[in-house]
Design a protein around this ligand. Structure first.
Ligand SMILES: Nc1ncnc2c1ncn2[C@@H]1O[C@H](COP(=O)(O)OP(=O)(O)OP(=O)(O)O)[C@@H](O)[C@H]1O
Ligand SMILES: [Mg+2]
Length: 154
């Protein structure tokens, strides 16, 4: 079962700070082996949410859009899990691609079983990374408020 403390449902996020704070809350509840799938259109706030995740997990390094790298590794600063941040869109993956195999090819320093793995555009391609997944879908309303839908998968 995925992190039992995760609250499912909808959340309104008027500002980018609210999105980061949601990520921070989630990060504090996730553990090694958990997968976060981030869905939503360009500019919806997926990377902003990962920035919060990093804060909640207490990992090192600045979270930015991994445009030129496939996956960015954030080692833990304490005893907690690392964060691996993947952007499946910029990876240029086909619809039926296998993110697990792609990540395996990268030979990351981070053991994925000891990390929280967050995948932007990961829905449909990254589920097999872990049986314990949380999907966060971010939508942008016409008034620019983001609405997050949080759902446990599996
Ligand atoms: N409520 C909000 N939540 C998140 N971002 C917001 C919000 N309001 C405004 N923004 C702005 O929207 C942008 C979101 O950018 P971000 O890189 O997080 O999106 P993304 O979903 O990762 O995009 P991409 O698909 O290109 O990776 C930022 O410039 C941010 O400041
Ligand atoms: Mg992004």
């Amino acid at each position: 079962m995925t992190a039992p403390g995760i609250v499912e449902g909808e959340r309104e996020l008027p500002t980018v700070d609210d999105t980061e704070r949601l990520g921070e809350e989630l990060g504090a509840q996730l553990g090694a082996g958990d997968l976060v799938l981030l869905a939503g259109p360009l500019g919806a706030g997926k990377t902003a949410l990962v920035r919060g995740l990093a804060r909640g997990l207490g990992v090192q390094g600045a979270v930015t859009s991994p445009t030129f790298v496939i996956a960015r590794e954030h080692p833990p600063s304490g005893a907690g899990p690392a964060l691996v941040h993947v952007d499946a869109y910029r990876l240029g993956l086909a619809e039926d691609a296998d993110v697990a195999a792609e990540l395996d090819d990268l030979d990351l320093d981070t053991d994925l079983e000891r990390a929280v793995v967050a995948v932007e555009w990961g829905t449909g391609v990254a589920e097999r990374l872990s049986a314990r997944a949380v999907q966060v879908t971010l939508q942008r309303r016409p008034d620019d408020v983001r609405v997050a839908t949080i759902r446990r998968l599996g």
